[in-house]
Design a protein around this ligand. Structure first.
Ligand code: SF4
Ligand code: SF4
Length: 62
């Protein structure tokens, strides 16, 4: 799953543009990722200019 640091994110929208699963929503003050739709492709992590997105294995979180 993708973990978002909304303090780093400036809502540029780059991650939304590359997400083929269409699961990222940008709001005025934060972004949200629908974990159920996310395929874990990590394209959003690679494209983010602010390093605001981090991929975490579910096992690590459990
Ligand atoms: S690419 Fe990064 S900085 Fe831009 S909206 Fe997405 S998470 Fe935020
Ligand atoms: S990992 Fe892929 S599917 Fe998941 S939010 Fe990022 S770009 Fe979208």
């Amino acid at each position: 799953m993708i973990v978002i640091d909304n303090k780093l994110c400036d809502r540029c929208g780059c991650c939304v543009a590359v997400c083929e699963a269409d699961c990222i929503t940008v709001y005025e003050a934060l972004i949200e990722i629908d974990a159920d739709k996310c395929t874990g492709c990590k394209k959003c992590v690679w494209i983010c200019p602010k390093d605001a997105l981090v991929y975490k294995d579910k096992d690590v979180l459990d």
